[in-house]
Design a protein around this ligand. Structure first.
Ligand code: SF4
Length: 331
């Protein structure tokens, strides 16, 4: 039988065709002594199909906590005994966060709200916020506001929102074990509308929520089918008070294998390190992931947990001789 990495070299590296679900599964089952080869190939694929630039993004929470949904990993759900309480940011604070993000060299600034979907109050805050940011600083604005109606999609596109984030979170077959208040299909419907409206699609998920290896491969294939512009990859960071509080962390080697496998399934996507990497991978693993298929990072703090300081990540990029993607390249 031909080795899966030889197949991937021809199919993904040479021809730019992502691995199928079955092929991703083979990669996820590779033994630890093949990990180095796998990461090296994923890095080559990233360099060939995406280039050396790294996209840097900052995120800010416009509305934190008190969400009516029950995503079992999320400390912002109002259904669990978690310490995150509902808080709103005001517009000057939002603009300040955008300016701070731009100072790091970031090209994307994502406004996030912990909601099922936006109501009129949130839409009007976003409207005002997007305008105020555009008047004050040059940066692409992304939003993550939950499930949208067609009207809301059209309005965000008309405001000039560059990219919309909505995660499928996990494989379709595992989703009912993670969320019961809405369906995977409802999430996908929002993503389809976003794409059709011409906004960039950002869609990823969390690895380590009790899914099987097969379901990890299923998830990679389902993401690839959607052809997202960006895939943020999170690793479970169990939050106190949530139903997933006692889940184990993903092993560092498994996390790296997953990163590389997703890169081979999605050769052209912006594959972003998102939450949980500090816990799962630490400093050394962050470096290995950047050399194993990752080409985008979130700087600074995440929504409810502290990330690494921005300088540390930016130093690492200098060290690896990976330039930060400039705003002109994203227009
Ligand atoms: S919809 Fe978003 S904010 Fe609400 S519980 Fe789910 S992940 Fe958390």
């Amino acid at each position: 039988m031909t080795d899966i990495l030889d197949i991937a070299r021809r199919q993904v590296l040479d021809e730019g065709r992502g691995l199928s679900e079955q092929q991703v599964l083979e990669v996820l089952n590779l033994p630890d002594d093949r990990l180095e080869d796998l990461l090296a190939l994923a890095h080559e694929v990233r360099m060939r199909w995406c280039g050396p630039e790294v996209e840097v993004e900052g995120i800010v929470s416009l509305k934190t906590g008190g969400c009516p949904e029950d995503c079992h990993f999320c400390s912002q759900s109002g259904k669990f005994e978690s310490p995150v309480r509902s808080v709103w940011l005001n517009i000057p604070e939002l603009v300040e966060a955008a300016k701070e993000t731009a100072r790091t060299g970031a090209t994307e600034f994502c406004i996030v709200a912990a909601v099922r979907g936006p109501d009129e109050r949130l839409m009007s805050q976003v409207r005002e916020g997007v305008k105020a940011i555009n008047d004050a600083v040059e940066i692409n604005i992304a939003c993550s506001l939950g499930m949208l109606t067609q009207e809301q999609v059209d309005e965000l596109a008309a405001m000039g929102v560059h990219r919309y984030n909505h995660n499928l979170e996990t494989a379709r077959s595992h989703f009912p074990n993670v969320v019961t208040t809405h369906t995977w299909e409802e999430r996908r419907d929002t993503l389809r509308m976003v794409k059709a409206a011409g906004m960039e699609v950002c869609c990823g998920g969390i690895v380590g929520m009790g899914e099987t290896i097969e379901q990890r491969a299923e998830f990679a294939a389902q993401l690839a089918e959607l052809e997202p512009d960006e895939v943020p990859l999170n690793f479970i960071a169990p939050r106190p008070g949530t139903p997933f509080a006692d889940l184990p962390l993903v092993e560092g080697t498994d996390a790296l294998r997953t990163i590389a496998a997703f890169r081979l399934a999605l050769p052209r996507t912006i594959l972003r390190y998102a939450g949980g990497r500090e816990l799962t991978l630490g400093d050394l693993g962050t470096r290995e992931g950047m050399l194993g298929g990752i080409n985008a990072i979130i700087v600074g703090n995440y929504l409810t947990t502290l990330g690494r300081p921005a300088e540390k990540d930016l130093e690492l990029l200098t060290d690896l001789k990976m330039p930060i993607k400039a705003l002109s390249q994203t227009l």
